[in-house]
Structure formats: structure tokens, C-alpha cells
Ligand binder design. Structure first.
Ligand SMILES: [Zn+2]
Length: 273
């Protein structure tokens, strides 16, 4: 079945993106958000596809072609901004509509990320062409670029590092509202500070109680790794503590001692004043 929506995790592989902070790289954060949204759309039985599901390089033409030929009606491109601003930005095509972008901005705001602007942009020498290739070269697919926040703004970066799941979820809500599809909140509440627990501060007040060890076999059809496990692993990648993509899908495999040592060393370097 053709997907209704394609999720494009910005950058990847040799291209880390520009929205990097000491807490995360843009390419890892956009992948976290995209994989989360992919799982959620599957959970909601909304046909969905990804342009990339791991840390690989995609050339611009390749990326645009994947979306153009996907058979999907919509595409969201996930990015993290930089350059001295605050809040989310949502960019849509001059041939598109502002309806979905505005809903996305509103839902992000409700999830705690203010909106800076919702806008279109054209090539300086051609007012009939979109500036960004993902708006310009993706054919009839309605493509919306989401900049979730500024990596170089401490408030935005902190929100992203600690609570990116809520922002990822906000876009799911916006899309369901826009496309008139039934929305259900996630079965497992996203842990606010990432399952690792050592990110200092922040009580876990009111979070969903999902006792570790309760190995419910997840949702039908998807992987058998429960969300709370996968989210903790994804957090390790976003925080730069894990970098080898092979580990992302090996939730129940024990790490060798050297890998644990590398993770602890990275954590130590991070925390060192
Ligand atoms: Zn980007």
C-alpha cells in the first residue's frame, strides 16, 4: 500500500546538519524524531514511509526523488535550526497551503515550543520557484519543512534534548487533525528525561507508570521492543553516547565491557565542568 505520509529525517551520514548543540547533533535528533513518528503512525495504522531509518548519507536529488516517487500525499521534513533565533519554524511550498503548517505550529506551541514563523520562501531570481529543494523538487507531494527549534538557543536546545518526544508527538496530532484521521495518544507515555535517568534534575512527576520488566509484546505488526525501551536507546543516540547504528535495533542484547566503558567515558567527558 502506498504511504499517505513520508517522513524525512534531515541530513545524515557525512552531513551532520547545522543544528548542533553540545547535547545533540541535528542528524541524530532528526532521526530520533522521525523514527518515533514512524512508529506512532504505524501504531495509528496510518500508512507511512521514511526516507532514511539510519545514519546514512542521502544526496539532495536522491532524497527529493524518494519523496516524489513515494506515492504519498504528504511529506514532513524534520530539521533543527541554528543561527540565533528562538522557537519553531514551519516552511511550506508557494503552491501549497498554510493549513497543515499552522496546525503543526500550534501543536508544537501547545507542547512547549513557541513558534517563530510559518512561511514560504522563493528563489531570489525566480519568484515562481520555492527556495528549498524539498518544497521545490518533490512533485505533487505536499511537503512541509519543520524546524523544531534552535540548537544554539539554550531554551530550545534544552527542550529538544529532554523532551523531543512531546514535540514529535505534537506533529502526529496536527497531522491527524488536518487529515481527519482518528488520533489516539501513545500507549506508553514518553519519559520526560529519557529513560537513562542521569540527566540531572526534573522529577518524573505524573509520568505513565510502565514498570520495567513488564514485557508486553508491544503492538501487533511492529517490532516487539516496547516504546519505553526504544525511547531510552534513541535518547542515547541523541545525546551522542551511542553512535554505532547497529545497536539501535538490539534493545535486548548485552553490551560488551569495552562499549560500556566508551559510553561511561563519553558521559564523563560531557559532565566534566
Ligand atoms: Zn537541517
Amino acid at each position: 500500500m502506498a504511504p499517505i505520509i513520508v517522513i524525512d529525517a534531515g541530513h545524515g551520514g557525512v552531513d551532520p546538519g547545522g543544528g548542533n548543540s553540545p547535547q545533540f547533533t541535528e542528524k541524530a535528533m532528526t532521526l530520533n524524531i522521525s523514527l518515533y513518528q514512524y512508529r506512532r503512525f504505524q501504531e495509528l495504522q496510518i500508512p507511512v514511509a521514511l526516507t532514511r531509518s539510519s545514519d546514512v548519507t542521502l544526496q539532495s536529488e536522491e532524497r527529493a526523488a524518494l519523496v516524489r516517487n513515494s506515492g504519498a500525499k504528504y511529506c514532513i521534513c524534520n530539521h533543527i535550526n541554528a543561527g540565533g533565533g528562538r522557537g519553531s519554524e514551519v516552511i511550506y511550498s508557494i503552491y501549497g497551503s498554510a493549513a497543515l503548517p499552522r496546525l503543526i505550529a500550534n501543536e508544537l506551541e501547545a507542547a512547549g515550543m513557541p513558534n517563530r514563523r510559518v512561511y514560504t520562501r522563493t528563489l531570489p531570481n525566480n519568484p515562481k520557484q520555492d527556495y528549498y529543494y524539498m518544497n521545490r523538487d518533490t512533485g505533487s507531494v505536499e511537503t512541509v519543512i519543520i524546524e523544531y527549534g534552535f540548537a544554539d538557543n539554550p531554551l530550545d536546545a534544552d527542550k529538544l534534548a529532554k523532551d523531543w518526544q512531546s514535540l514529535a508527538e505534537a506533529v502526529i496530532r496536527a497531522f491527524c487533525e488536518y487529515a481527519d484521521l482518528a488520533y489516539q495518544p501513545p500507549k506508553t507515555a514518553p519519559p520526560k528525561t529519557g529513560g537513562g535517568g542521569n540527566s540531572g534534575g526534573g522529577g518524573n512527576a505524573g509520568g505513565g507508570n510502565n514498570p520495567p520488566g513488564n514485557n508486553s509484546p508491544g503492538t501487533g505488526g511492529g517490532s516487539s521492543v516496547p516504546d519505553w525501551k526504544q525511547e531510552a536507546i534513541d535518547w542515547m543516540f541523541a545525546a551522542g553516547l551511542l553512535t554505532n547504528e547497529d545497536w539501535r535495533s538490539q534493545a535486548d542484547k548485552p553490551l560488551p565491557l569495552w562499549a560500556e566503558a566508551v559510553i561511561l567515558k563519553r558521559l564523563y567527558e560531557k559532565l566534566k565542568p
